[in-house]
Structures are given as structure tokens and as C-alpha cells.
Ligand binder design. Structure first.
Ligand code: MGD
Ligand code: MGD
Ligand code: SF4
Ligand code: MO
Length: 786
């Protein structure tokens, strides 16, 4: 790896988001480009990767005088070839912020006051023991993140599933990529993306379904953009209601109405079949379910879809022509599908597109059911996102037994009589009073969960003992009984895996501030203080360092699809990003899954028996075995259903929520990075000019967005979105409300989730954040300002 002689100037990268173009031809290597941002010359460098999205760009952390002073992209890393985007370049500064939590907080007489770890942990443990004694393990829950490390999640899975014996363990990955997980399972039998980012280098056609990649995975878009600027440019098809940067460059942009993805995708499949683009031999040899799909999509001609989706039938035909003619097709799917209506049903139709065309597992031919958070893949793999570790099937007794043996406990100690509890259901159990002790790590649900009025009232509830681990005071820590100060990325060691299965080691560069501690240490201290034991009387877990946790996990994955057995902290420190599967003693990883057309769908090996896509009804073992796909991919069809939150005269517009390039989620990090905060200092909404004019609203006016569930106030931008659709970023909460806008008392009306409903996909249980029925009304007083 060649470090840059002198760090290139990066001051302007909040505007020059993707940096300089380095065009390249299909099948050639993506040129390297060394991006860096340093506030001074480092004394030493520590190997890591960026944790500000699922792209997983390899980087080195620069350290001087015990502080992080900058980052540089690793040119030798397979993911980014040296590049970093704006969040990667500037976001690390949050760790140096003077307002980090440095001591635990406990609630006394209603207020949070500082204390030491001993008292704080004693309270957490005493609370847990009391709840366990009085109400049993089902009164305890854990809600974790997609932003910690693999080792942290695996530890939580051991504690919750084997130690406490509660099914109430889920991650914020439920809000993020549980649809990715389920779309992969429903079609291919197992989680795990088939493709590799190098597929972008080979593609002749790119299809982005509800994925604003240019803003949310800027370095992946830089790779696509370099292809688009290079010889033999790939064709680009974008399905997104908004005019995203990718939509601007698309050959076909389908500005689909939010919530109508299944209709659109069925119409595309209709055309693919009608124009006979199906690879019949491959479909015959490697799939089941083609006939049902053909029968269903017969009812979806482009003319029908055009009316429902609000796009021209000719546009649908043009898109289908490009997708059908492609010889090397790469599709990506993200929140425009996962958080929209019929999430899993729609995501699966993109898999079907690839299955019909036999385009999977070979260079330039793949679907990416994308991830969002940097470590979401690990939340899923380790069993902290509602499924079991190592892609084991909780409905399969042999799998449960294997897990129990590995953990040295009786299978009956591991709850598996019903599906593990999903996040929104945990909220309901708290509301009902059956869940009474909850530990939240690395997530801020008081801003990121839907219907915030309800979320606040439930988390504040008398009778809930709430523990929150975070590095900052947040809207959620403000509701806690105990707040534990967490070490951030760069202050602790661990591993994580991106959306193309690349695993990175992230080293400890500096000490955490004050008494802040790594989540792993806090969780382990809890396990020990609770006296958790396995059935042989040994401490549960038996290990006590992140490296030992990794070794235990990789032993469990031996032979699984996500085979980590050939990886180690040492190898990852040495080699940088390395993909799984990497079986023990293998010299190299398997770059693409399913190249042989064999999928993990056999009844004895599949991760789940799957669901009915419309109702979410779970299949039983014997029904699945009776039609065992036995290694063939499963083509699952779905009829279109209209969104639940219906439009009417009082709520005639669709609110869709999402991201902007400069901020990360609830902004605890990016609001503390001056360049990023300056680039997007306050909340806004986007409207279509005609919709605004009809309501006497002008650009810059203050408006109120009213749904059936709550309301949001913001200034209007007449830009970016389609007719009938309002967009709001969900980044803005309340922690900086006074200094952010000067609007003063925005408490309760600034966060987009004030307006979103409690609703979820029947299969993945992912909340529906992108199809809320709303009206927008001008706020009084603005008339004069105009
Ligand atoms: N800058 C930045 N980058 C991030 C993040 C961040 O907070 N900030 N977060 C990371 C995380 S955790 C995630 S999950 C990803 C999310 O990354 P994306 O999914 O790319 O981001 P979103 O803005 O949530 O939604 C993507 C697009 O979906 C479109 N959309 C809305 N409704 C529909 C619909 O019904 N159909 C279709 N086809 N499209 C629709 C929206 O217009 C939007 O452009 O980003 C990751 N990267
Ligand atoms: N309306 C709407 N709502 C959404 C979405 C949307 O598109 N629209 N997107 C959803 C999606 S995809 C996601 S991923 C979620 C994200 O929602 P959240 O997870 O709630 O958002 P973050 O701001 O990333 O919260 C992470 C928290 O963890 C803290 N943290 C960071 N690192 C560490 C660590 O190492 N240890 C500990 N203990 N804490 C740490 C941060 O300070 C921060 O408070 O939001 C969801 N909510
Ligand atoms: S693309 Fe994602 S992982 Fe890469 S630098 Fe940007 S935020 Fe970090
Ligand atoms: Mo996410």
C-alpha cells in the first residue's frame, strides 16, 4: 500500500462530494486515489475502516499526542481503493468533541447525575435481578445497533439467548436491513449478498431500486460514476420518486410513486417474460416457482402499472428493454424498497429479475440487497437481529442443538418456541407492561423510531428500567435510568463486515475519554455480575476478550455460508479487508456466492422456511420439506396491494423520509463535525413546485406537515421531488435545537418521525417510513416574511 506523500487538500469535499473522476473501462481495475483529511501530521497510523455507512471503506486512523488527528483511505483496500467520502473524511472529529459522556449517569430524584461505574453497574444488575425474580426472563430485553462490532453483538446474543433466556433481543438493523436479510433468505435460503463490489467494474447495466447511492454510499457511487465517465459506459436505470444525483444521469429514471414498488417491478418482470428475455435453461436447472411468477405478472402490463406508479408506460418498457438486454446486470436495492410498502415482496422481485435472467454469482451479474449501517451484517450474522447466529435456523431442532452444544447449554435454555421478538413488538411489550428492563446500546430510538409521540411516552413509562449506552447525551439517554458512557470507534478494537462481505479489523487508536468504556467491557461486566453460567458450571461466555469472542464465533461458523473460520484478528490486521466465506486453511476467500447455481435452500440447511410474502405467515418445517427446493433458488411471486396509510382529501400527499449526504442518522456524530454541520445545519422539507403553489407556499416558507400520527415543522425547498410527494430528512432531533435554528421551541415538531406511523412489513417486520399520507399547510406569520 502506498501512503500519500502529502495529504491532498480536502477542505472542499462537502461540496465536491465524489472527488476527482478516475474513469475506467469495463473489466479493468478501478484506479486508486488516496483521499485523506488531517488536521496535523500524525505520529502513527492505526488500521481501521470507516463506520459511517455499509460501504466499509478501508482507512488508517492518524494519531498524534494521544488524539485522533485525521484519516487516510487505504489504496490497497478492495472496497475503496483509497477513496473516502465526506462523512468518512470529516466524521471522525465527533470523537474529540468536548461534550462526550465521560462518566456514567444515574437518575436521582428525576434528574440524571454523574456517578462511578461501580454504582451504575450495581444498579443495572440489581434492576435485572429484581425483574428476573419477579417477572422472569421474558421481562428483560436488549435493543442494539448496526454500528458496534461483531464481537459486541455476539456477546449480546450469548447473554440474551443462552444466559438470560429471553427472545427479546433485536437491533436497529430491524429498521435498516431486516428486509435485505429476509429478501436474501426468501429467495436464496440464506442471508449474505451473493456479489462483490468488483461486479460494478464489469457491469454493462446498473439498476438502482430505491437507493440514493450517490448520497448514501458516496464511494460506491464514485466507482459507478467512474464507469459512467469511462469507455463503454454502462446503462443506468433508477427507480426513485426523487430526482437523486443518480436519477439525473440515468438512461431511464422511473419516478415511481412511493409505496408502489411491487406494481412497478411486476410490470418490469411482465415485460422481461413477454419479450422472452428469460434464460429458460438456467431457470429450469436452478430455480423453483417460475410458473407462479409468470401467472401473477401476466396481470401487470405496463399500462396498468403506469397509472398506479405514476410513471409513463413507455418508461417502464424502456427500462425493461435495458434490463432485459443487459448481459452483465448489477442491481442494488435499499430503503426506497425496504422502508416502503410491501418491502420484502418488492425486494424479492428484484431477486427474481436476476433469477429469470440467470444473472447471479458471476462477474458483473448480481443483485445487492444492500446494507446501510457499517456493521449491520454482523448484527444479523451473530444473532442479534432476531435470527440465530451463523445463519442457523431457529425452527430447525438440529440447528438449535448445534448452537446449544457450542454454548454448552441445554437447547431448552435458548428460546426457540416462537420467532425472536422484533423491535416494534418490544415497544408494544413495554407499553403493555410485560417488558420491564431494557438495555439499549448504540442507537437513538427517541429520534429514529416511528411515531415519536408514542415512543417517548412508552420509554418514559413508570415500571420500565431503561439502560442506555452511548457516547453522547441524546434524546434517548434523556429517558434512561442509567446511562453508560461508551468508547467510540477508534477507541476500541473489533471487526465488522460490509455489504459485499468484506470483513475489516478496526484497531484501538486512542484511549476513550474519562471513564468511557467499550461496550464489550460493559456487557461482559454485566454477564459476570449476573453470574451467568453454562450447563457445565463455567462462566457464560467462557471467553473475555473481543479476540476470543471472534475466535468462538468463527468456530461456530465453520461450514456455514458465512464461514469465518479462516479469518482471525491477526490476519485481518495484516491483510486489511477480506471477504467471507473464508474456510479454515483456505488461501483465498470466495468472491461470489452461488456461482455454481446451487443455493442453500435445502430443508436441512436453509436459514428459514420462509414466509408468505403478502401475509407474513411463517412456513412450517414439514410443509417446506414436502416441497424441498433442495438447492434451487426460490422464485416467489407477489400481488400488489395499495399502501395502508391511504390518501384522502385531508391527507392528499405522500411523505417520504430519508437521508442527505452530509448527515448520519440522528446526527450525534455529524453535527459534531464542523464541515458537515455547516453544510446542512437545519431541518427542511422538499416539495414539488405545483403542489406548493396550490397551497400558496413559496420556497423558504415555514410549513407544517400533518399526518394522522403527528406533525413536523420545517422550511420548504421547491426542489428534488415528484408531484404528490414530500420528502423530509430524518436526521434532525432535539439535542441541539436551541443552537440549530433559532426557532427555539421546536421540541416535538422537528423530527420527521413525529409524523410517521407504527406499521411494519409483514415478513421482515421493518417499519414503513416512506409512505405516510400527509397534508402540508403554510404556517402563519410567513406571509409577511415573503
Ligand atoms: N449520508 C448518509 N449516508 C448514509 C446514511 C446516512 O444517515 N447518511 N445511513 C446509512 C444507512 S443506515 C442506510 S440504511 C442507508 C440508506 O440509504 P438509501 O436507501 O439510499 O437512503 P434513503 O434516503 O433512506 O432512501 C433512498 C431513496 O428511496 C427513495 N424512495 C422513497 N420511497 C420510495 C418508494 O416507494 N420506492 C422507491 N423505489 N424509492 C423510494 C427516496 O426518494 C430516496 O432517494 O444509507 C447509509 N448511508
Ligand atoms: N423516518 C425515518 N426514520 C428512520 C429511517 C428513515 O429513513 N426514515 N431510517 C432508519 C434506519 S435505516 C436506521 S439505520 C436508523 C438509525 O437510527 P439510530 O440508530 O437511532 O441512529 P444513530 O444516530 O446512528 O444512533 C446511533 C447512536 O449510537 C451512538 N454510538 C455510536 N457509536 C457507538 C458505540 O460504539 N457504542 C455505543 N454504545 N454507542 C454508540 C451514537 O452516538 C448514537 O446516539 O434510523 C431509522 N429511522
Ligand atoms: S462511503 Fe461510507 S464507508 Fe466510505 S467513506 Fe463514505 S461513509 Fe465511510
Ligand atoms: Mo439503516
Amino acid at each position: 500500500m502506498r501512503p500519500p506523500a502529502r495529504p491532498p487538500s480536502t477542505a472542499g469535499r462537502t461540496k465536491d462530494i465524489w472527488g476527482e473522476r478516475t474513469p475506467f473501462a469495463p473489466g479493468t481495475d478501478w484506479p486508486e486515489r488516496a483521499d485523506a483529511h488531517l488536521t496535523r501530521e500524525p505520529e502513527r497510523w492505526v488500521t481501521s475502516a470507516c463506520v459511517l455507512c455499509s460501504n466499509g471503506c478501508g482507512l488508517d486512523i492518524g494519531v498524534a499526542e494521544g488524539r485522533i488527528v485525521g484519516v487516510r483511505g487505504r489504496t490497497g483496500d478492495r472496497v475503496n481503493h483509497g477513496r473516502l467520502g465526506p462523512k468518512g473524511l470529516y466524521g471522525w472529529q465527533a470523537g474529540n468533541s468536548p461534550d462526550r459522556l465521560t462518566r456514567p449517569l444515574v437518575r436521582r430524584d428525576g434528574a440524571l447525575v454523574e456517578t462511578g461505574w461501580d454504582e451504575a453497574m450495581d444498579l443495572v444488575v440489581a434492576g435485572a435481578q429484581r425483574v428476573l425474580e419477579e417477572h422472569g426472563p421474558l421481562a428483560m430485553g436488549f435493543y442494539t445497533s448496526g454500528q458496534l462490532f461483531l464481537e459486541d453483538y455476539y456477546l449480546q446474543a450469548v447473554i440474551a439467548r443462552a444466559g438470560i433466556g429471553t427472545p427479546h433481543l433485536d437491533g436497529n438493523t430491524r429498521l435498516c436491513t431486516s428486509t435485505a436479510e429476509w429478501a436474501l433468505i426468501e429467495s436464496f435460503g440464506s442471508d449474505g449478498n451473493p456479489g462483490s463490489y468488483t461486479d460494478v467494474d464489469h457491469a454493462d447495466t446498473l439498476f438502482l431500486a430505491g437507493h440514493n447511492v450517490a448520497e448514501t454510499q458516496t464511494v460506491l457511487w464514485a466507482r459507478m460514476l467512474d464507469r459512467l465517465h469511462g469507455p463503454d459506459r454502462p446503462r443506468l436505470v433508477v427507480a426513485d420518486p426523487r430526482r437523486t444525483p443518480a436519477a439525473e444521469l440515468a438512461d431511464v429514471h422511473l419516478p415511481v410513486r412511493p409505496g408502489t414498488n411491487v406494481m412497478l417491478l411486476n410490470a418490469l418482470l411482465h415485460e422481461i417474460i413477454r419479450t422472452d428475455r428469460v434464460d429458460r435453461a438456467w431457470v429450469e436447472a436452478h430455480t423453483v416457482g417460475f410458473d407462479e411468477l409468470a401467472a401473477v405478472v401476466k396481470g401487470y402490463p405496463p399500462e396498468r402499472a403506469a397509472g398506479v406508479c405514476g410513471v409513463p408506460a413507455d418508461g417502464i418498457r424502456a427500462a425493461a428493454e435495458l434490463l432485459g438486454a443487459a448481459e452483465r446486470l448489477v442491481s442494488t436495492v435499499l430503503q426506497g424498497v425496504y422502508q416502503s410498502h410491501q418491502a420484502t415482496a418488492a425486494a424479492v422481485q428484484v431477486n427474481n429479475l436476476h433469477l429469470l435472467r440467470g444473472m447471479i454469482g458471476r462477474p458483473g451479474r448480481t443483485v445487492f440487497q444492500m446494507n446501510g449501517q457499517p456493521t449491520a451484517q454482523n448484527t444479523r450474522e451473530t444473532g442479534a437481529n432476531g435470527l440465530f447466529p451463523a445463519f442457523l435456523n431457529w425452527q430447525n431442532d438440529e440447528h438449535v442443538e448445534r448452537l446449544a452444544r457450542h454454548w454448552h447449554v441445554d437447547p431448552m435454555r435458548i428460546p426457540h418456541w416462537a420467532p425472536p421478538t422484533h423491535a416494534m413488538k418490544m415497544l408494544r411489550y413495554i407499553e403493555q407492561g410485560s417488558l420491564r428492563w431494557l438495555w439499549i446500546t448504540g442507537t437513538n430510538p427517541a429520534v429514529s423510531w416511528p411515531e415519536l409521540g408514542r415512543v417517548r411516552s412508552v420509554l418514559e413509562k413508570e415500571g420500565l428500567f431503561l439502560v442506555v449506552s452511548d457516547a453522547f447525551r441524546t434524546e434517548t439517554t434523556d429517558l434512561a435510568d442509567v446511562v453508560l458512557p461508551a468508547a467510540l470507534w477508534g477507541e476500541k478494537a473489533g471487526t465488522f463486515t460490509n455489504a459485499d462481505r468484506t470483513v475489516h479489523y478496526s484497531g484501538k487508536a486512542v484511549d476513550p475519554p474519562g471513564e468511557a468504556r467499550a461496550d464489550f467491557e460493559a456487557l461482559l461486566a454485566f454477564a459476570r455480575a449476573m453470574g451467568l453460567l453454562d450447563d457445565e458450571g463455567e462462566p457464560l461466555p467462557r471467553w473475555s476478550t473481543p479476540e476470543e469472542a471472534f475466535d468462538d464465533f468463527r468456530a461456530l461458523t465453520r461450514g456455514a455460508l458465512c464461514d469465518y473460520s479462516g479469518l482471525s484478528h491477526e490476519l485481518l490486521r495484516r491483510d486489511g479487508g477480506v471477504q467471507w466465506p473464508r474456510p479454515e486453511h483456505a488461501d483465498a476467500s470466495t468472491e461470489r456466492l452461488y456461482g455454481d447455481g446451487r443455493f442453500r435452500t435445502g430443508a436441512s440447511e436453509c436459514q428459514s422456511y420462509g414466509h408468505d410474502l403478502l401475509t407474513g405467515a411463517l412456513n412450517e418445517a414439514d410443509e417446506y420439506a414436502a416441497h424441498d427446493p433442495a438447492g434451487r433458488a426460490i422464485i416467489k411471486a407477489a400481488e400488489y396491494l395499495p399502501p395502508h396509510d391511504v390518501l384522502d382529501d385531508e391527507h392528499p400527499l405522500r411523505l417520504t423520509t430519508g437521508r442527505t449526504v452530509h448527515h448520519w442518522h440522528t446526527r450525534t456524530k455529524t453535527a459534531r463535525a464542523p464541515e458537515l454541520q455547516a453544510a446542512a445545519p437545519d431541518m427542511w422539507i422538499e416539495m414539488f413546485p405545483d403542489d406548493a403553489a396550490a397551497r400558496d407556499i413559496a420556497d423558504g416558507d415555514m410549513v407544517q406537515v400533518v399526518s394522522r400520527h403527528g406533525l413536523v415543522q420545517a422550511t420548504v425547498r421547491l426542489d428534488g421531488t415528484r408531484r404528490g410527494v414530500v420528502f423530509a430528512p430524518f436526521h434532525y432531533g432535539y439535542f441541539d435545537v436551541d443552537d440549530a435554528s433559532g426557532e427555539g421551541d421546536a421540541e416535538g415538531t422537528r423530527a420527521a418521525n413525529e409524523a410517521t406511523p407504527t406499521d411494519w412489513d409483514p415478513v421482515s417486520k421493518q417499519p414503513v417510513y416512506k409512505v405516510t399520507a400527509v397534508e402540508v399547510v403554510p404556517l402563519g406569520g410567513d406571509e409577511e416574511r415573503r
